[in-house]
Design a protein around this ligand. Sequence first.
Ligand code: PLP
Length: 451
Amino acid sequence: HLPNSLQGRDIRFLMHPVTNARAHERTGPLVIARGEGVRVFDEDGNAYIEGMAGLWSVALGFSEPRLVEAATRQMERLPYMHLFSSRGQEPSIALAEKLVQMTPEGLDRVHFTNSGSEANDTVIKMVWFWNNAIGRPEKKKFIARLKGYHGITIGSGSLTGLPGNHKGFDLPLDFVRHVSTPHHWREAHEGESEEAFSDRLAAELEAVILAEGPGTVAAFIAEPLVGAGGVIEPPAGYWRKVQEVCRRHDVLIVADEVINGFGRTGRMFACETYDIAPDILVLSKQITSSYQPLAAIVFSDRIYQGIADGSERLGTFGHGFTTAGHPVATAVALENLAIIEERGLVEHAAAMGRILQAGLRRHADHPHVGEVRGTGLIAAVEFVEDKAAKQGSTPPGRLAQAVAAAAQRNGLLLRPIGEAVCFCPPLIITEAEMEELLERFARAMGEVFGA
Ligand code: PLP
């Protein structure tokens, strides 16, 4: 790349997040210049369908003028005001009220952060403060799951159950225990039904709680449907069974819907899809269609009241971020949620999801496709070298990377994760655009495996 090109300057000056630096120096970035609907365009004007909605997040696509207007209006009126020490501003108050109204019953209070990682770090500290406040300071451990993704900071990165995010950082910290991934196709025993597999995982969770001592286990955190770990749907009965275990031992349930929330699974929240009654719900990404950074923790009155009582005895809940609940971000979120509701985009996502899921399942019999999975507008196709043995590729991820690269050449951006390529298009995708996405994917498959 020429030193003065965008690619050359990128390689010279930037270090990218979650990017292999040496590999990046060899290839350089795909620089995206602009977006329109479900498409983005590179510097040379090549168009791509954004099959991943950015990072699972751009619900309304890349050119929604009402979000631009909402941001501009707020910038002109009040571009910034924090929420520390009882300061307030209208968009954050209105969004907190809206989130309490729209989320499942039993979630009554909202606390804002800038990102999903910050939100999960904050959840850890809220739960610790709460347990301190109500007189059980030893109830501190979090149980998370292998392949769960909850963020990248020291705390949230410890909750994440992906070794690639722990390597080199001495993570996870010792307050976290990880239990099995609920991936039936990959993890179940030969002939084990989904219900039996769920029984086994619930028993594993209970055994870990008992081994640690229920008095030391504060919370179980999980994505209702695993996203960044490779799109893994919970098996039948899973959520009912693990919730029973948590309730039995007074362990809080934290539903991380940073990817799932706001229509992704075909319901407004995946907690509705899988009948989960969390104590704490974590939201981000699609809350603003990622036009602005924002995350929200929506939690029960029981936790709020404990923290509030605690602040009289222990002192202030001493935690928060300068730009948490930024008025421009919360104003954009309000407009984004209004559009999702006005346009019926959750029902639309369910309808488009049926086309996506059926279209991808047409590849299920392919000799190199191990599993097609997902629900609503989130899906994955996992590749195998040997179908009967469910054996992945060598080196690991080779086939998924090859298919994602071929898709990109065909104007479709997908995300390879492990042996799978993932799909998570904007909620606004039309039927014609979905057919185009499926056709480009089929072409990519043909290029990699032969027609
Ligand atoms: N939780 C889940 C389920 C996520 O998928 C992510 C990001 O992909 C996070 C938390 C972390 O969010 P962020 O990247 O905004 O810190």
